[in-house]
Design a protein around this ligand. Structure first.
Ligand SMILES: Nc1ncnc2c1ncn2[C@@H]1O[C@H](COP(=O)(O)OP(=O)(O)O)[C@@H](O)[C@H]1O
Ligand SMILES: [Mg+2]
Length: 271
């Protein structure tokens, strides 16, 4: 389905991503882990064509994605929607309009200028927000929501594009453990129920282990591990992070495990 072949990105002398290759046979949930500077974000940005590869190729369903230009490139970008650590919402705009922004790629300049959205799109936006448990917040300004809610708005905006692939760059790095769990649960459900592929850069090992079917470890621009969570032993993790014997898993933990579902529902009811 998806093939990444000797994909490379150089910034001057520095090689951020160094000839990485891997195949994704069918829909799955992949976590990419690695120390800061390993090249995780650069890889996702090349996938989404936010930045051009220096060499190598990305192929999706047999078509080369790396060479797409103009409207074909924009079409690809809505096929692989991206969400970010800092949510990237328009803070002063209401939630539902933020979600409707996800349709920008296929709307005319004129309707965009006048903020005209088809009724069916508005209904779909609300339905997606409802699925993510935040429909009640639809009329509020995005900035009035908590971080976990804002990230779910960003996921809703991505879903509005009906993407085959969702790319998430450290989606929970700015969230507390409880909201981290809510957001990761949402991404997992989107994969399980819709069959979308999720590729998420994750800053903690335990999250990658708990939520992903496959984990890719990057170090200095290269893939140094590609396997199942079970294969991701402490020794392997130490190698990925380039840490010495003092490496501790706790240092890369979100501590999601310690939270009870009931506690989360309780907290959700309050906001
Ligand atoms: N726009 C850029 N210009 C120059 N160097 C960059 C740029 N973006 C990333 N890099 C460098 O590429 C390497 C990989 O960065 P990045 O992909 O952000 O890593 P990660 O997301 O794993 O922390 C780093 O050394 C970083 O400094
Ligand atoms: Mg990064």
């Amino acid at each position: 389905m998806l093939q990444v072949k000797t994909l490379t990105k150089r910034f001057g002398e520095r090689t951020a991503v160094d000839k990485i290759s891997f195949d994704v046979a069918g829909p799955c949930m992949i976590g990419i882990i690695g120390a800061s500077g390993a090249g995780k974000s650069t890889f996702l940005r090349m996938m989404n064509r936010l930045t051009d590869a220096t060499s190598g190729a990305i192929t999706y369903r047999g078509a080369d994605v790396t060479s797409l230009r103009g409207s074909a490139r924009r079409q690809w970008q809505s096929q692989c929607a991206m969400i970010f650590q800092q949510f990237n919402l328009v803070p002063r705009m209401d939630v539902v309009s933020n979600v409707l922004h996800g349709t920008l790629n296929r709307r005319s300049t004129l309707s965009t200028m006048f903020n005209l959205y088809p009724t069916e799109d508005i209904h779909r936006a609300i339905a997606i927000l409802d699925r993510l448990g935040i429909a009640d917040h639809a009329p509020k300004r995005a900035e009035a929501l908590s971080g976990g809610q804002q990230q779910r708005v960003a996921i809703a905006r991505a879903l509005m594009q009906d993407p085959a692939i969702i790319l998430a760059d450290e989606p929970i790095a700015s969230l507390d453990p409880m909201n981290a769990q809510i957001v990761m649960d949402a991404l997992r459900r989107i994969h399980d129920e819709d069959g979308r592929t999720v590729i998420a850069n994750l800053h903690t090992l335990d999250t990658a282990r708990r939520y992903c079917d496959r984990v890719i470890g990057m170090r200095q621009g290269r893939i140094v591990f590609d396997g199942t969570p079970a294969q991701l032993t402490t020794g392997v993790a130490r190698d990925i992070y380039g840490a010495d014997a003092s490496f501790s898993e706790a240092a890369t933990s979100t501590q999601i495990e310690t939270l009870e579902q009931s506690l989360i529902r309780e907290a959700e009811a309050f906001v």
